[in-house]
Design a protein around this ligand. Sequence first.
Ligand code: TXA
Ligand code: MG
Length: 365
Amino acid sequence: MNTEIVSAVRAGLACSGSEADDSSQTGATALVRAESSEGCAKAIKLLREGEAVALPTETVYGLAADALNPDAVAKIFEAKERPRFDPLIVHLPKREALDEIAIAESQLARDLIENFWPGPLTIIFRKRDIVPDIVTAGLETVAVRMSAHPVFREVVSAVNRPLAAPSANRFGRVSPTTAQHVLDELEGRIPLIVDGGATEHGIESTIVRIVDGVIEVSRWGPITEEILHQFGEVRERRSTSMIIAPGQLPTHYAPKTRLIMIKRLQDFSAMPGKRTGALSLSPAAGTGDPGSPRPTATTTTADFAAVRYLSERGDLREAAANLFRMLRELDAENLDLIVAERVPEKGIGAAINDRLERALNRCTD
Ligand code: TXA
Ligand code: MG
């Protein structure tokens, strides 16, 4: 199967149907820019026909299909090689569509929707019968969100159906934050990728559910604990012994190269003859004082075959946006080991550390 890329000029650009088509063919992969006449129209047509299509969201790229069409949803599982027991997030065309697929009784949930939709917050509700079992892996609940990305919004509004869309990577791999990442993961497996540039947040949405009036978080993301606290009590949902959601499994976000996580990069002793890569928040990170330079220590950046700083100025939002791209870059450097330094646990830093922890174990696929 051929894979096409439809490019938007920059992140945040919605589709346009007015300009000339500048699609090109490179090997098995056709490239069609979003601002071309084909733009999102092709995605809309394919989704209506029950195909799975990759689209940008403000978090990471998603692989979307009509959530109410089980055959279409099955194509997502096939392309990703995702086990059927792992449920998908459903993306709404508009807020009012929530009541068609879920039972949203909690006022607190309604407050969160009011404040964060469209945006990077996924909320788990009791599902209605209309949602096929394949979407929820047979669960009585459904995870729902509404993307704020203009390209995604335009497509889902035109299709006017809820779209199931997990991250557009093969199962067990790092989520894609550019169309090229999607291509690397799914080339030949899906008919179309719509390119909206690099995604804004770079990590997946925060996932919550309301339990007894408390906001329970099962995945940290761009909507942080500090933000959620303004709406009520927040607690982390502890995974039960029966793990049914590989998003909570330790290997879910793994690069191929072995990765370890340490508190301070300068405490790491490089192994002679081994190619080691370093991932750190900024040149000044890990010193205890964000303003001070790295102390002269046993390890300097010269000891590493490759170094990536998530944000030169130590900005955690920028760091999150760069995280998966830099993990992919280090993964491509033929390293024996990646040493990642913990980032401060505040704000979105908690989500960054969470994704690094999940990457600790090598993935086997
Ligand atoms: O930002 C995002 O959320 C991206 C974009 C594309 O929307 N999507 C995403 O989907 O990260 P995915 O499938 O890669 O991660 C969704 C997580 C999985 O860990 C899944 O197990 C969990 O949500 N999940 C989905 N439905 C659930 C449910 N009913 N109960 C508990 N967990 C659920
Ligand atoms: Mg995923």
